[in-house]
Design a protein around this ligand. Structure first.
Ligand SMILES: NC(=O)C1=CN([C@@H]2O[C@H](COP(=O)(O)OP(=O)(O)OC[C@H]3O[C@@H](n4cnc5c(N)ncnc54)[C@H](O)[C@@H]3O)[C@@H](O)[C@H]2O)C=CC1
Ligand SMILES: O=C(O)C(=O)Cc1ccc(O)cc1
Length: 362
């Protein structure tokens, strides 16, 4: 029996727990400092057992997964050092930054305890165990940042456990991880927040801003609704990388300012064309950060009841949808209902079925 202890059973910890719970040979213990949370984990059935005792959970574990905000990770490592952990115990984390925690783990004293940094590169703007799903990591990348001293045996044990997430495991240097993820995830979160706040200020003087801000604005700013304390920790932890990236961002914006000052239409066209080409080359249908996947758009008459109708059509054929959203503007997406699925096969089946009743765009 492999016992997995999860500290911080929120969106990511809860989703991991759901990937492992009920699998043969695995037992999942959840920990929270708060008794109400422990009760909630048990009631929702995300773990086999839950406790407020860090020591009890840690000492029972073969694998410990620390799923708390980035700013708390080091203090968890320090506390774990005080306990009589099982020999061979693997400690991993899910933090969105890797360099500082990998560095801190070098301080772990026992040579038979192995820390391997981890970052499942899928998530959402939602938080808490209420948003957890066993499908969250399917087909996403899961970065591991082993140290040069990490034994192969420990790495293999962790990889084999994480196969339950159905994510693709990639190994990477922790600093390189922070550079890349800084650019493709942390910077976009900052930009989304800055953009929303800019428009929020205009809206103070004229509420039409908010009223008209649907469609594209909503899409590209979804991640501005992310959990503030989680992102405070990520950005402060990756501060040096972020400051460099923001400097480059300023240069990008400056170049737009210059093009506009000079009415440089050729330059503007070139910027859009270059960006479009690069974006087209992004891996398609790979679940990852800042992407909604397996979506289809259905052009439907705007009347109540249509969502129910579509849900029953899909339900009758046992096609599971993961999300359904009304898009209020038709300017930049073909259709008014966005329906998300968990895999391409479901998109294809749904598209074939719904085409007999509606106009469908995949
Ligand atoms: N949100 C996302 O999409 C992703 C987040 N991550 C990382 O996963 C970790 C957890 O994030 P989420 O699950 O999104 O957050 P969450 O807010 O859903 O869950 C955080 C968990 O940590 C506990 N917690 C919060 N503050 C604490 C504190 N001061 N001391 C002890 N426990 C505390 C909470 O009770 C909760 O169980 C973070 O390190 C984040 O960087 C990684 C991939 C994606
Ligand atoms: O919702 C999205 O698109 C995200 O980008 C979620 C996310 C947030 C933090 C991570 O470290 C990884 C993924």
């Amino acid at each position: 029996m492999t016992t997995i202890a999860i500290f911080g059973v929120g969106l990511i910890g809860g989703s991991l727990a759901l990937c492992f719970k009920g699998k043969p040979g695995l037992r999942v213990i959840g920990h929270s400092n708060r008794a109400e949370s422990v009760e909630k984990y048990m009631k929702r059935g995300v773990v086999d057992y839950a406790t407020t005792s860090l020591q009890e959970a840690a000492e029972a574990a073969d694998v410990i997964i620390v799923c708390v905000p980035v700013g708390m990770l080091e203090s968890y490592l320090d506390q774990l050092q005080q306990f009589d952990l099982k020999p061979g115990c693997i400690i991993t984390d899910v933090g969105s930054t890797k360099a500082s925690i990998v560095e801190a783990a070098i301080r772990l004293k026992r040579p038979d305890i192995h820390f391997i940094g981890g970052h499942p590169m899928a998530g959402s703007e939602r938080s808490g165990v209420e948003a957890a799903s066993s499908h969250l990591f399917e087909n996403a990348y899961y970065v591991l940042t082993p140290h040069e001293n990490t034994p192969d045996e420990a790495m293999e044990r962790l990889e084999s456990l994480l196969r339950h997430t159905k994510a693709h495991i990639v190994k990477m240097d922790a600093r390189q991880h922070d550079d890349i993820v800084g650019a493709i995830s942390h910077l976009p979160h900052m930009i989304a927040v800055a953009l929303v706040n800019q428009v929020r200020r205009y809206n103070d003087g004229n509420a039409m801003y908010q009223q008209l801000a649907a469609g594209g604005f909503r899409d590209i700013t979804r991640i501005a609704s992310s959990e503030p304390n989680i992102w405070r920790d990520i950005l402060i932890n990756n501060r040096d990388v972020m400051l460099r990236l923001l400097n480059d961002w300023n240069n990008e914006i400056d170049s737009f300012i210059h093009m506009l000052q000079n009415s440089d239409g050729v330059g503007i066209e070139r910027s859009f064309a270059e960006a479009g080409r690069f974006r087209q080359e992004l891996p398609e249908r790979r679940k990852g950060m800042i992407t909604s996947l397996y979506d289809l758009y259905v052009d439907v008459p705007d009347h109540p009841g249509v969502i129910g109708q579509i849900a029953s059509l899909l339900g009758n054929e046992r096609i599971n949808l993961s999300n359904i959203q009304i898009i209020e503007s038709r300017e930049d997406v073909p259709g008014v209902l966005r329906i998300s699925f968990r895999n391409q096969q479901d998109v294809d089946r749904a598209a074939e079925l719904l085409r007999t009743h509606y106009e469908v765009h995949v």
